[in-house]
Design a protein around this ligand. Structure first.
Ligand code: ADP
Length: 817
């Protein structure tokens, strides 16, 4: 069972753990993928930037080449300057591109671009220089031509005079022709006037021309070699340009490829992330379904358990109820014969007996007292277990209660040489409000135990006024004995039910082991506690500490003054138990009280009007006409000429408290079994108006407000504190009650007994809630009546209706105020 209790939370915990783990793992993977994705995106934008740079570089390269060509072709400086400027821009661009690249080989490639550019510049420079040289040959040619012109003017022949285009002649022919012309030129007659100068000039020109011609030839041959060089340089330039373009295009291609691969990587990352998320979603869904199934299964199982527990609880409750009923029935059935035994034993003791007989009667008395105690303990224990003990709240004199209880117990053990010391704090000599019956029960158990377990020495009953930590008053009642004491290890267990300190205790001292259990439970119920201090062989101290509530009332001067002002002479005794009836008669007659005995209430009522009597003693559980009904009928019907004589209830029932009897109109009540003196005391009390010092709170309420005596709204006011909702609730209650009464009447008429019980049970709760004292006993009867009591139902119903009307008219009056 414990396992199954823990299983659900563990499973739920594991489910959440698995889901959390899944979320963490998936989150981590997705986070990584997003990181890679953004990195790829960043890389891609870098690559794109690089492509842009390369594009620009290529454009600059083309521009530079075009300027280079112009620079080669023209002698002007401008294109060359432009070419240099472009190269500078290219260098800057390369530098900025270099910042972007990470690979060392790429940097080297870019460096090689720079080197190539420098080569190209050098190439262009050389080309330009070559071109410049070429123009000097042209100049030479022009000079020679001029000199030729001068020859012509001097009457000399030249190759041009023979051939139109001497330059295009075959060199051999040209050579022969040239030699022929030379010969002619030697025979051409010279101008006589110029004969000296002419010869001189001629030789100068010819020499110059030859010189120039030589120079030209030299230049021409040089030009040829230059042309070769130029071609080489051009070729070089072309190669450099090609290399540059190749490098840059390679870069461009690489960058484009990079972008492409980054793009595809991004797509892959997206794909992967999608896959992970989808798989996670599927796993998550499966887990959720799985866990839901497990949890649902568990919750279904726990529902089943709950149902089983509820069923077993119901069973237990019904068992408890039956146990309680059984205990109550058995104890009731035991009580009556026990009363008879105890009563007759007491009567016997009063007779003249020899020693043996006196010993026997003592044994009988002790044995029956033991059974009475056991029955009482069992009944109390079962009521405490079922939470059915209700505390009273009445005013009482604690000092009297302590003395009476301690002395009462002492009288039972008068043969023991034990001194009883009663030590009561003067501060306690005031009236208290609480449940004296239960306090007395605890104290008499403690004092009884002290006497039981003490051989000689003394027993001290101490009462002290103390305070708790809040400063509220507490009363501590301690019973100190010089008895056998209790071993340390047994001190705790003796508070457990049916436990005794030693196994031979029962044999030696008797007892059931219930006394302390009941006392402790009662002490807790009273808001207090029981404490024990003990030393084996030295003695024990039991302390009962409980909260004190002091009454506003003053202590009466003396209870005795008012007693004995009326001595009863005649009584009516009603009991269905023949033995007890006779016993009571005997006890009363021995005390000078004339007795009319009846074994049922009906007979008593039939004769009552004709009889003189001072009080009535009636049993409560009478066949077909119970004590409550007897009292009610007697009081309500004038034909019985009832003159407020006290009615004393004797009962084996322990489920009703004193209040219920007083409210039902009884002057006193007495639990069976009782001893003759107990009965006589009650008679005395019934005639003593001051009733010792015990004052019933209901009676006080009666005096204050007659209407309120029929009901009490205090407990309802605790949760309905505004008048309006209280009035509404009461109105609905009155309306429903009218319907219930109608239905109840029908059920009684038709003899539907189970329905009557059910309806009475239903009606009881609300009437109990408002403390409708006149109504509750009738409904209580209707809920619990036995089959043979069904004849009483119509009369109970009549009284119920009447009392409900009385109660409701009082309620209406209260509401109208
Ligand atoms: P019982 O009815 O047997 O006395 P209790 O519950 O009253 O049952 O007491 C339980 C046990 O505690 C007793 O049997 C006894 O062993 C021990 N005990 C109680 N009071 C005293 C005491 N004053 N001195 C010694 N032993 C005690």
């Amino acid at each position: 069972m414990e396992n199954s209790k823990n299983r659900i939370p563990l499973k739920v915990f594991l489910s959440y753990l698995a889901l959390a783990l899944l979320v963490v793992v998936v989150g981590w993977i997705v986070f990584q993928e997003i990181n890679s994705f953004t990195k790829a995106q960043r890389d891609e934008s870098i690559e794109k930037n690089k492509i842009l740079h390369i594009g620009k570089l290529l454009t600059l390269m083309y521009e530079s080449e075009s300027f280079a060509r112009s620079a080669i072709q023209s002698n002007s400086r401008r294109p060359y300057a432009n070419f240099l400027q472009k190269n500078d821009s290219i260098a800057v661009q390369i530098d900025s591109l270099k910042q972007m690249i990470a690979q060392p080989y790429e940097a080297k490639l870019l460096d090689s671009v720079n080197i190539l550019l420098q080569q190209k510049t050098r190439n262009i420079n050389e080309l330009r220089n070559l071109r410049r040289n070429d123009s000097s040959e042209v100049f030479l040619e022009k000079t020679i031509e001029k000199l030729s012109n001068i020859e012509e003017q001097l009457g000399r022949l030249s190759l041009k005079d023979y051939v139109e285009d001497p330059e295009n002649l075959d060199p051999k022919i040209k050579n022969i022709l040239q030699q022929q012309i030379e010969i002619y030129n030697r025979y051409i007659p010279r101008d006589s006037s110029n004969s000296v100068n002419q010869a001189t000039l001629d030789s100068i020109v010819t020499t110059s021309r030859e010189m120039l011609q030589n120079m030209k030839e030299e230049a021409s041959s040089q030009r040829k070699s230059l042309s070769i060089k130029e071609n080489q340089l051009l070729q070089n330039d072309l190669t450099i340009s090609q290399q540059l373009r190749q490098i840059l295009t390679a870069f461009e291609n690489e960058f484009v490829n990079n972008v492409r691969s980054l793009n595809s990587e991004r797509e892959k990352i997206l794909d992967r992330a999608m896959k992970v998320v989808t798989i996670a979603a599927i796993i998550g869904a499966i887990l959720v379904i799985l866990f839901s199934i497990i949890i649902l299964k568990d919750s279904w199982r726990s529902q089943q358990y709950k149902k089983q527990i509820e069923a077993s609880n119901e069973h237990n409750e019904s068992l408890l109820k039956s146990r309680e009923q059984l205990i109550s029935m058995v104890s009731h059935d035991l009580r009556t014969p026990l009363s008879t035994i105890l009563g007759y034993t007491e009567l016997l003791k009063g007779a003249e007996l020899n020693e043996k007989e006196s010993h026997y009667t003592d044994r009988i008395k002790n044995a029956s007292s033991y059974v009475v105690q056991l029955v009482d303990d069992l009944l109390d224990f079962s009521k405490l277990e079922a939470g059915k003990i209700h505390l009273e709240k009445v005013t009482f004199n604690l000092k009297n209660l302590i003395s009476e209880t301690a002395e009462g117990v002492q009288s039972l053990y008068h043969e023991k040489p034990i001194e009883l010391i009663i030590d009561i704090d003067d501060k306690i000599d005031r009236l208290l409000v609480g449940d004296p019956f239960r306090i007395k029960q605890i104290l008499s158990n403690l004092v009884g135990n002290a006497y039981k377990f003490t051989k000689d020495g003394h027993i001290t009953v101490k009462a002290r006024l103390k305070e708790n930590s809040n400063g509220d008053p507490l009363i501590s009642l301690s019973v100190v004995d010089t008895g056998i004491g209790i071993k340390k290890e047994k001190q705790k267990v003796i508070f457990e039910e049916f436990t005794q300190a030693e196994s031979d205790i029962e044999k030696k001292f008797g007892g059931s082991g219930l006394g302390l259990t009941i006392s402790q439970k009662l002490a807790t119920l009273l808001g207090g506690n029981l404490y024990l201090e003990s030393k084996e062989g030295v003695g024990s101290t039991f302390s009962f500490v409980f909260p004190a509530e002091f009454s506003e009332q003053e202590l009466p001067i003396s209870a005795e003054i008012h007693s004995e002002n009326h001595t009863p002479k005649t009584a009516i005794v009603i009991d269905d138990d023949e033995a007890l009836l006779r016993l009571n008669t005997e006890i009363l007659e021995r005390n000078g009280i004339k007795t009319h005995a009846f074994n049922n209430g009906k007979d008593a009522l039939q004769n009552i009007a004709k009889m003189e009597y001072d009080f009535i003693i009636t049993d409560i559980q009478l066949p077909s006409f119970n004590g409550f009904f007897f009292a009610e009928t007697l009081k309500s019907d004038p034909q019985y000429q009832y003159k407020n004589q006290p009615i004393i209830a004797v009962t084996g029932r322990k489920d009703l408290d004193k209040k219920s009897y007083i409210e039902a109109g009884f002057a006193e009540f007495l639990h069976k079994p009782y001893e003759p003196q107990g009965l006589l005391d009650k008679i005395k009390k019934a005639f003593n108006n001051t009733e010792e010092n015990i004052t019933d709170t209901t009676k006080q309420a009666d005096e204050k407000n007659n209407n309120n005596a029929l009901f009490d709204l205090t407990s309802m006011q605790e949760f309905l504190n505004d008048e309006e909702s209280m009035a509404q609730v009461l109105e609905v209650f009155i309306e429903n009650t009218a319907k219930d009464l109608k239905a109840l009447k029908k059920n009684i008429k038709k003899g539907e007994l189970e329905e009557v019980r059910k309806k009475a049970h239903k009606m009881l709760s609300m009437f109990r809630q408002i403390n409708a004292h006149a109504v509750v006993p009738h409904l209580d009867f209707m809920e619990h009546f036995k089959k043979e009591e069904k004849e009483q139902l119509p009369v109970h119903f009549k009284n119920l209706k009447k009392n409900i009307e009385r109660t409701f008219s009082a309620v209406q009056k209260h509401l109208n105020c």
